[in-house]
Ligand binder design. Structure first.
Ligand SMILES: [Zn+2]
Length: 126
């Protein structure tokens, strides 16, 4: 998936992911190849997501999750340990299905993550 960044048109910054301290911009953009759902660029360390998924919400989520996994494996793994495309496909699909088919897990994760994000109240300590 080594398309050139200039192939992405009308890009708009959607968010900047913080992955272990690395900042990974995520852009929504249009690529002339409608079969290309997204791209993680190892050189520029950013993600482009195809803007138009023709109403296929799962394809849109899968593209985001898939490209985020590429960013994670690029940041976390040594070059010799990089995941193959089929592994990224499988893990992204499996994780999205886990969340989709087990909504209680997603609710639990959101609740616990919000707890972790809360500033610690030191006035109650000791
Ligand atoms: Zn990929």
């Amino acid at each position: 998936m080594a398309k050139q960044e200039q192939d992405w048109h009308s890009r708009k910054l959607w968010t900047i992911l913080d992955i272990l301290g690395y900042k990974v911009p995520v852009y929504r953009a249009t690529h002339p190849d409608p079969t290309l759902c997204g791209e993680y660029n190892r050189k520029t360390v950013d993600i482009h997501l195809q803007e138009d998924h023709r109403g296929d919400l799962f394809a849109e989520l899968d593209a985001f999750w898939h490209e985020s996994l590429h960013a994670i494996e690029h940041i976390v793994l040594a070059p010799d340990d990089r995941m193959a495309e089929r592994q990224v496909n499988a893990i992204a699909l499996g994780q999205l299905n886990l969340l989709l088919n087990n909504p209680e897990v997603l609710e639990f994760l959101i609740k616990q993550l919000h707890e972790l994000q809360k500033p610690k109240d030191k006035s109650n300590a000791g």
